[in-house]
Each structure stands twice: as structure tokens, then as C-alpha cells.
Design a protein around this ligand. Structure first.
Ligand code: NAI
Ligand code: MG
Length: 357
């Protein structure tokens, strides 16, 4: 049976890199005999907003809920629609309503990409950041009192539930289990945040009992960020609460070079709802319309989607194709952000050809 994929290109370079993402997926699907059926939606973009005064139609949930995955480009065009409206009205709705409680980002230094960390080579940096995506520090529990007076008080609570913490930890441990190094690092701050973070540590220790073959360590978030820069080779799977994961999931990919290649996934592991796959970058208004955006973030997100759907071999072939094209370093093919003179299409085509075998 076909896997039904909802395609939402969004804004700016989202509309330019999406066709290359689909091209790569179609080639992989053909080679590995995977049946993919793409359905394109116009909503979730600022142009849709300008026409309809909302980012999504009222029945978006029902329109999308039975898809096997959502493949997103990028959303946002601040000159037309304020970012809080475009992002809250689209992407953040999907993440919440589809209970995509895992945010997953690979941090892998690719061949031909210069790391901002001196002396690092491919192989030195290869880890995942797993971020809790639904609760923690990003709760709306709290309030203001005595507003505008000397006694003004603001309060915002961190919410950690056993269900919420355990499910992200379980996902991270399971992921570590599939990796050769079998190592898990927990981000904490139990020396300063004295209730929720010791609780997080407690749940990590509890979960670790079920995974005796995984080597577990933990760092306070402050020194952990330093170690991402100083010793990125120490890490394999890093798991954090919503806030700590947010910070680490930007810092990790930044250590591996250009934003144009980093992929991400927002996952509902039980498959009760579709998961969402998207490049880390945004709509890049500064280069939109020029045909020079790097399509690798989109293509690699497609690889993550295939892996999620159960096709690890096909996903690996896509990532290998990306690595090969990057390491060949053909300047006519590569986009400018990675030192070439080529276009979105030339790079997308080269990768697709390589995926074809
Ligand atoms: P951005 O990621 O769009 O761009 C940052 C810089 O990186 C720009 O100089 C851009 O040219 C460059 N860049 C990004 N992707 C690239 C690619 N594929 N190839 C080559 N260069 C690339 O972030 P920015 O400028 O802060 O945000 C622009 C819009 O995107 C805003 O509306 C923002 O809200 C939205 N946004 C959406 C995201 C999403 O859809 N998940 C994520 C981040 C931002
Ligand atoms: Mg962030």
C-alpha cells in the first residue's frame, strides 16, 4: 500500500528546495521499491494567509491526520505576515495537535563542509539531539499580578509529567540502542533548578535500568554547551528538556557548518498522528527567488522520513549520495553556501542521480 505524504512547501526557498526533496525521494522510492503518494497543499504559507486571513483552513486537522507523514519546506515571510502569526498558525499547530513530542536533529559533519570548529573532520562529529517537544519550560502555566505597579510579579512554571519525560527518554534510549556507540548523554541542571531537574535525572536513572548496554552520562547544560564546541566527538545521542533541547538543537547543527544542509524531524513515535519532516533553515527571504538555495536540508529531511517509515536502507542511500556529491566538490554543481557556483537544481539533480545508483 502506498505511503501517503502531505507536501507543504510554504514560503520563500521552501518552494525552491521542495521539488528537489521530492525528486530525491522519487528516485529512492523507485530504486528501493517503495510506494510513495504525494499530495500537495497550498496552505501553511504566507500567500495563503494573505488570501484567507488564516494560515490553515479550519478543517486542516481532518485533512492531514490520516497521512503517513508531512513533508514541510519552510514557513515565514516577515514583510508580509509577522513571524508569530505564520509560525504559530502553521508549524506549531502541527507539532502540538499531532503530539509530535520528539524533535530530532542529526548533527553530522559532512565531507567538504568546513566546520566552524577548528581542525574537525567528517567522523569527528556525528550525534543526534533529541528534544522534548511538548512540555517542560515551554508551558503557558503562570501569570502576572499587580501589573504596572511596584509590586509587579510575573511567574511561569515548568511542567514535567512522568508520561512526558519517560516517553522522550525511551525514544532517546531506543535510538542509542540502534547506534554503534550506544551512548546517551542527558542535559540537566539539577545543581540550580532544584525540583524539576533532579526529577528529570531520577527518570533518566530509572529508564537506564532497562537499557544495561547503553553507557549513560549527564552534564549540566552550561558545561554541556561548552563541550559541544570543545569535544563534539564525545556525543552520540543527547537528550534534553524542551528548553535545553532547543538550545542544543541549534548549537549542534551549527557546529557542523552551513544551515542549508541541516535536517530535522518532529515525531509522534506511536504513529497515532503523522510526523513532520523539514529542513532546519527558514524561508531565507534574502536569497529567495534566485534559485541558489541549498536543497540538502530538504533532501536529508526526506531521508529521515523514509527511515521513520521503515526504510533504513533507502534513507542511508540518500545520505550517502549527499556525502558523495559533497565530497566530490564539483563547483559547477554545489551551491554557493558550500563554495560552489551551481544552483538548487544542479545540486538536487546530482544527488538524485547518485541515489539512483
Ligand atoms: P533562515 O534560515 O531563513 O535564513 C538564515 C540565513 O541562512 C540567511 O542568510 C539565508 O540566506 C541562509 N540560508 C538558509 N537556508 C539556506 C539554504 N537552504 N541555502 C543557502 N542559504 C540558506 O532564517 P531567518 O532569516 O531568520 O528567517 C526567515 C524566515 O524563516 C522568518 O520568517 C522565520 O520566521 C522563518 N523560519 C522558519 C523556520 C521553519 O519553517 N521551520 C525556521 C526558521 C525560520
Ligand atoms: Mg530553536
Amino acid at each position: 500500500m502506498a505511503h501517503r505524504i502531505a507536501v507543504i512547501a510554504g514560503d520563500g526557498i521552501g518552494t525552491e528546495v521542495m521539488p528537489e526533496g521530492i525528486r530525491a525521494l522519487e528516485v529512492a522510492a523507485k530504486r528501493f521499491k517503495i510506494d510513495l503518494a504525494f499530495t500537495t497543499f497550498e496552505f501553511g504559507s504566507c500567500d495563503y494567509y494573505l488570501e484567507h486571513s488564516k494560515m490553515l483552513p479550519d478543517d486542516w486537522f481532518d485533512q492531514l491526520k490520516d497521512f503517513d507523514a508531512l513533508f514541510y519546506g519552510a514557513v515565514g515571510w516577515p514583510d508580509k505576515v509577522p513571524d508569530h502569526i505564520s509560525l504559530w498558525g502553521s508549524l506549531l499547530q502541527f507539532r502540538r495537535q499531532f503530539d509530535q513530542y520528539i524533535n530530532l536533529r542529526p548533527c553530522k559533519l559532512m565531507p567538504g563542509i568546513k566546520s566552524p570548529l577548528a581542525g574537525r573532520e567528517p567522523g569527528d562529529i556525528d550525534f543526534y539531539v533529541v528534544r522534548e517537544n511538548t512540555e517542560g519550560e515551554y508551558s503557558s502555566v503562570g501569570g502576572k499580578m499587580f501589573e504596572g505597579t511596584e509590586r509587579e510579579i510575573v511567574l511561569q512554571e515548568t511542567v514535567m509529567s512522568r508520561v512526558g519525560v519517560d516517553r522522550v527518554l525511551k525514544y532517546a534510549f531506543d535510538l542509542a540502542q540502534t547506534r554503534p556507540r550506544k551512548k546517551l548523554t542527558s542535559a540537566t541542571k539539577s545543581n540550580g533548578i532544584s525540583i524539576t531537574m533532579p526529577y528529570w535525572d531520577e527518570r533518566v536513572a530509572e529508564m537506564a535500568k532497562h537499557y544495561p548496554e547503553i553507557a549513560v552520562d549527564k552534564f549540566h547544560i552550561d558545561i554541556l554547551t561548552a563541550n559541544f564546541v570543545l569535544h563534539p566527538d564525545w556525543f552520540d545521542v543527547v537528550v534534553g528538556s524542551n528548553l535545553f533541547g532547543d538550545i542544543l538543537s541549534d548549537l549542534g547543527p551549527a557546529c557542523t557548518g552551513t544551515i542549508g544542509i541541516a535536517p530535522s524531524a518532529n515525531i509522534n513515535p506511536e504513529g497515532k498522528f503523522p510526523s513532520l519532516f523539514e529542513p532546519v533553515h527558514g524561508s531565507a527571504p534574502d536569497i529567495a527567488g534566485k534559485g541558489i538555495a541549498n536543497p540538502i536540508g530538504q533532501i536529508w529531511s526526506g531521508a529521515m522520513m523514509l527511515e521513520h517509515l521503515g526504510y533504513k536502507e533507502a534513507a542511508d542511500a540518500m545520505v550517502t549520495a549527499i556525502e558523495e556529491v559533497l565530497s566530490e566538490g564539483n563547483r559547477q554543481v554545489l551551491t554557493r553556501d558550500v563554495g560552489g557556483q551551481g544552483s538548487t537544481v544542479s545540486l538536487g539533480q546530482a544527488i538524485a542521480e547518485r541515489i539512483g545508483g
